[in-house]
Design a protein around this ligand. Structure first.
Ligand code: TXA
Ligand code: MG
Length: 316
């Protein structure tokens, strides 16, 4: 298992040597390496068992660093970043040649993000390179929202986990691609569509699990729990014979035992629901239920990003 600690200088030294370090962010934990060191980045793919066609997000310390790695920074993108960074927004822009191909899967664009976590920002300010970091989970499993989650999934593959506590947002960043002033949302996430609209006005959505056009739809099933996972009201199940759990938004069902019902937010707060989502999915998975039935949230605010994760977990 990996060493877990809060030593930012140690994390910086390991990264400088080309090692992998798991880092906290406000969305989920990332598995970080020096983004400018192709060999270090290659070991991210190996540790996660991630296909090389799925590009990585490059984490930077401030908006001022965008132009080191992107060849264009459209005005709308600048305004969106000014509103939401540090925070759960990733922007995709045309890349500069200094970003290695392994980071971008050979594409002409690079994904950039300034995370909002004091330890991640402190770390990024200490090191003279940006950090490539996908979520710190084995490929295809739910993203980790605590150091313990990281250790359970990847503890044997990494030497150090920087422990920044539980992730406050709890779902991955929203990804917005810019082609000139035209914005396209590629992944729903911690920045709500309403927040995006406040800067972008209308925008397109093209929700893919991975962005490589040569591999469309390959990753539809994602966030996959081990138990059978279905959506409430969508299928019929034979519940008499199997141990069943419910994952609900805010209220218990009166005709079922309470101990088998997991409530994302009793106040009906979508931020709280997002923060609890992946941890509850993990807890449920560890309790060896035969069937997990999840309730979809209202399709607004973070509810859309949460529903996206629930649908992927339920994908066949
Ligand atoms: O919240 C987050 O975004 C977390 C934390 C660690 O920052 N990271 C994360 O990384 O979720 P990952 O690798 O699990 O998801 C990154 C997504 C992938 O679906 C990838 O296809 C997309 O970002 N992506 C990366 N570079 C891209 C690019 N140049 N164009 C389009 N999509 C890109
Ligand atoms: Mg991921």
């Amino acid at each position: 298992m990996a060493e877990i600690g809060t030593d930012i200088a140690k994390a910086a030294a390991l990264l400088d040597q080309g090692e992998l370090v798991a880092i906290p962010t406000e969305t989920v934990y990332g598995l970080a390496a020096n983004a400018l060191n192709p060999e270090a980045v290659a070991s991210i793919f190996a540790a996660k068992n991630r296909p090389f066609f799925d590009p990585l997000i490059v984490h930077i310390s401030s908006i001022g660093e965008v132009e080191k790695y992107a060849s264009a920074f459209p005005e709308k993108a600048q305004r969106l970043c000014a509103l939401l960074w540090p925070g759960p927004l990733t922007i995709v822009l045309p890349k500069k040649p200094n970003v290695p191909d392994i980071v971008t899967a050979g594409q002409g664009s690079v994904a950039l993000r300034v995370p909002q976590h004091p330890m991640a920002l402190d770390l990024l300010q200490r090191i003279p390179f940006p950090l490539a970091a996908p979520s710190a989970n084995p490929f295809g499993y739910v993203s980790p929202t605590s150091a313990e989650h990281v250790n359970n999934g990847l503890g044997n593959a990494i030497s150090y986990i920087l422990d920044g506590g539980k992730c406050k947002v709890g779902i991955e960043s929203t990804i917005v691609e810019f082609q000139g002033e035209t914005a396209k949302v590629l992944r729903l996430g911690g920045a709500s569509p309403e927040m995006l609209a406040s800067v972008l006005g209308e925008f397109e959505e093209e929700l893919h699990q991975n962005s490589n056009p040569t591999a469309p739809g390959q990753l539809d099933k994602h966030y996959s729990p081990k138990s059978k996972f279905v959506l409430e009201g969508i299928e019929e199940w034979d519940m008499k014979t199997i141990k069943t759990a419910r994952l609900r938004f805010k209220s218990f069902l009166s005709d079922l035992p309470i101990e088998h019902q997991y409530i994302l937010s009793e106040n009906g707060d979508m931020n709280e629901a997002a923060a609890h989502l992946f941890g509850m999915m993990r807890d449920l998975d560890n309790k060896s239920y035969g069937l997990i039935i999840a309730e979809l949230l209202p399709e607004q605010g973070l509810g859309r990003a949460i529903n996206d994760r629930l649908r992927r977990a339920a994908a066949q």
